[in-house]
Ligand binder design. Structure first.
Ligand SMILES: Nc1ncnc2c1ncn2[C@@H]1O[C@H](COP(=O)(O)OP(=O)(O)OP(=O)(O)O)[C@@H](O)[C@H]1O
Ligand SMILES: [Mg+2]
Length: 312
């Protein structure tokens, strides 16, 4: 549905002739019907990537296609296929109500929005009560919801959402997950960027993690979780006088001690490594009480890739 190939975008650096690479040779594809999450720390290049797909930014080089249409060369056709929620609710007129915004932006696209349809969308977002309030009088989270309402009203098959849960309260953010799932059931393809790891865990099919302008991993979420689950182990050791000294000698630096039990967290690159460690423990007469696989959450995976400790 969306293919991005070798996307490069740089910006001029203030007060210098150098340029800052905001996106450095990024390639990925978003497949029909999937929820694809673009993750990365602040400044990684997510918004720049999304804006390039929306045709709001002209890349230095690279190829972007939406349903096969080239965003640069077949701009109109390409952009007809998508609607977007951008950072900072930029798809809203503040002096209009949510419903007026929805109608206005549909109008620009040459689509007439039925009032019943508009009300249905506002209802699902919990914004029905505010349908006739001016956008600038809404709270931040409500403005975010209004921006989402405008995006949904366009009725396109592909939705691009840059940090859609930014500013939403806990309940709304959790409700938003089921909204996304419902949209997927209706056949929508969704590309979103987020810092909300709960959202990623709950809805994403595939995930791309960006760091310093580069995509460091692009993989099915399930596979990433399985991979990391296979690597993480909690090992409990029975402590006697010299155990901690032995562990330090073997190169371990961190453990938790609870009474006589020492808890070690291992992050291994292969299961073979576990056997090697167990062999060292045996030779050094370190007594292992239990070994269990650790459950991983997506936050851990994200941090491993963005601090460089994980290799793709
Ligand atoms: N218009 C601009 N002019 C100059 N530099 C820019 C511009 N827009 C973005 N940048 C720079 O490009 C880099 C990537 O920014 P971008 O907004 O794409 O990051 P992001 O991943 O969306 O971050 P965040 O999570 O904070 O939203 C940053 O270093 C940013 O300062
Ligand atoms: Mg951003």
């Amino acid at each position: 549905m969306i293919t991005v190939k070798n996307l490069v975008k740089s910006y001029p650096k203030r007060g210098s002739k150098e340029r800052l690479k905001a996106v450095d040779n990024a390639s990925f594809e978003v497949r029909d019907g999937e929820i694809f999450a673009l993750l990365g720390p602040n400044g990684a290049g997510k918004t720049t990537t999304i804006k390039s797909i929306c045709g709001l930014i002209v890349p230095d080089s690279g190829d972007i296609r939406i349903k096969g249409y080239d965003v640069l060369k077949e701009r109109k056709k390409a952009l007809e296929q998508i609607s977007a929620v951008l950072e900072g609710n930029r798809n809203l007129y503040w002096r209009m109500t949510p419903i007026e915004n929805m109608k206005y932006f549909c109008g620009i696209r040459g689509k007439t929005l039925k009032r019943t349809e508009a009300l249905r969308i506002l209802e699902t977002l919990g914004l029905y009560e505010k349908k006739d309030e001016l956008v600038h009088k809404l709270s931040r989270g409500m403005q975010q919801k209004a921006a989402i309402a405008v995006c949904l009203a366009a009725g396109t098959d592909i939705l691009l959402l840059d940090e859609p849960t930014l500013g939403l309260d806990v309940n709304s953010a959790v409700e938003f997950r089921s909204l996304l799932k419902n949209l997927q059931v209706q056949g929508k393809t969704i590309l979103l960027s987020t810092h909300d790891m709960g959202l990623v865990e709950a809805v994403a099919d595939r995930v791309a993690i960006m760091n310093n302008a580069k995509i460091v991993v692009c993989e099915e979420k399930r596979k990433l979780i399985d991979l990391f689950t296979a690597r993480g182990y909690k090992v409990v050791i029975e402590s006697n006088g010299s155990t901690e000294e032995k562990l330090a000698r073997l190169g371990f630096t961190e453990w938790n001690k609870d009474g006589n039990a020492i808890e070690l967290h291992l992050n291994l690159s292969s299961s073979k490594e576990l056997y090697e460690i167990m062999e060292k423990f045996r030779v050094n007469q370190i007594e292992v009480e239990s070994i269990e696989k650790e459950l991983v959450n997506f936050e851990k995976i994200f941090i491993s890739y963005t601090n460089g400790s994980a290799k793709s």
